[in-house]
Ligand binder design. Structure first.
Ligand code: 48F
Length: 266
């Protein structure tokens, strides 16, 4: 048992450890907004392939909509393709019927997070992305961040900014990053911007199919993934089937890795 434990030393360890990582996060290859299933899956695959990747999550807990499963029954369902991604993470699945697999939502959220971090992705919780930086040629160049708690301060607290070569909007049903882009620069942009449409009513089969094609670079240097992709392109929500979220995160990572390679002339 250690003796003479000193609270100030503990505090310094936390402050130094955290700020070192936050400083590292001011220049990244890929910044992912939202640590739900799509964001964490994208973060895992990108970090695994050696891309410097950071996730910003507004809430205290990561995981987004996974924890609650379906109507707070903490189980999720995936189809065969989604199961392959869960297998890659080592998450247990049980076959329910042919083509339907059940997983524990707590194991899923915890393992996606743990594997993304072990692969090298950094996750910052309690930080809200409140704006984007746009530079030459109307391209996304970074993110504008604030402590989520700043909104409780009842005064304007100015944010800080980080540079990112690519941004992935994995903010779920509200597709917040894309919404910011359409609202703030839509009319003024040299690029053609379609307005955010919002998701259509629940239709699992169509939603799961369309999410893959909707996962794409929606604006220069901005990829939409997960439910944000379906909300941005007006496709259906799909309820507690999660394969699409995992596959969308995986596709976003592949797209991002290819775009980075292209921009480096590889
Ligand atoms: O909502 P969320 O889980 O999105 P997802 O990864 O998965 C959707 C499913 O959970 C479910 C579904 C399955 O069929 O439809 O809903 O697409 O995770 C999004 C995360 O982004 C965070 C939010 O707190 C959540 O954890 N987030 C949202 N806006 C911001 C943000 C923001 N502006 N800054 C930081 N984090």
């Amino acid at each position: 048992m250690a003796e003479g434990l000193d609270e100030v030393t503990i505090s310094r360890a936390i402050i130094e450890g955290y700020t070192k990582e936050l400083l590292e996060a001011t220049e990244v290859d890929v910044a992912i907004v939202g640590a739900g299933p799509a964001g964490m899956t994208a973060g895992y695959y990108l970090a695994k392939s050696g891309v410097k990747t950071t996730l910003f999550e507004r809430k205290l807990s990561i995981g987004g909509g996974i924890w609650g499963g379906g109507m707070m029954f903490n189980r999720i369902v995936v189809q065969a393709e989604g199961k392959e991604v869960l297998d890659e993470f080592g998450i247990t699945t049980k076959e329910y019927r042919s083509g339907y697999y059940i997983a524990d939502s707590l194991e899923t959220a915890a393992t996606l997070c743990s594997q993304a971090i072990k692969a090298g992705a950094k996750i910052f919780n309690l930080i809200t992305v409140e704006d984007v930086m746009i530079r030459e040629d109307d391209k996304i160049a970074g993110l504008v961040l604030n402590w989520s708690a700043a909104s409780l301060a009842n005064i304007h607290v100015d944010p800080l900014a980080i540079r990112a070569r690519l941004v992935i909007d994995a903010t779920g049903h509200d597709c917040e990053v894309w919404r910011i882009v359409t609202q703030k620069i839509g009319a003024r942009s040299k690029k053609r911007i379609s307005q955010t449409i919002g998701e259509k009513p629940m239709w699992a089969e169509v939603g799961e199919r369309e999410i893959i094609k909707n996962t794409r670079e929606i604006y220069p240097n901005l990829i939409v993934a997960g439910m944000a992709a379906n909300a941005a392109f007006g496709s259906p929500r799909m309820g507690p089937i999660f394969g699409g979220m995992l596959l969308s995160g995986k596709k976003a990572a592949e797209l991002a890795a290819n775009l980075l390679k292209k921009s480096r002339g590889l």
